[in-house]
Design a binder for this molecule. Structure first.
Ligand SMILES: [Zn+2]
Length: 85
């Protein structure tokens, strides 16, 4: 990646992190297996995918978990709850 590539990526994102959108994109993110540059993220978002072993399926389930979709029971009748399947 050249300096021009880096500046073009920053300009395309208007300087904000493409994941959280509220922090400056300052850290080059790369695929840990291939070394391919994926983009520029903020410090926290650059670390998060690696913490989840770069697994999109686990990251999607983590989002569902945080939103309560995975574990939150649904009240279907008075006193009757249904757990997510
Ligand atoms: Zn971020």
């Amino acid at each position: 990646m050249t300096e021009a590539d880096l500046q073009a990526m920053l300009a395309a994102r208007a300087g904000s992190c493409p994941i959280c959108s509220d922090k400056p994109a300052e850290h080059v993110d790369h695929d840990h297996e291939t070394g391919r540059v994926r983009g520029i993220l903020c410090f926290a978002c650059n670390a998060a995918p690696g913490q989840m072993r770069d697994r999109p399926d686990a990251l999607r389930r983590a989002a569902d978990y945080l939103e309560g979709i995975v574990w939150k029971p649904t009240l279907v009748a008075p006193g009757v709850y249904r757990l997510p399947s």
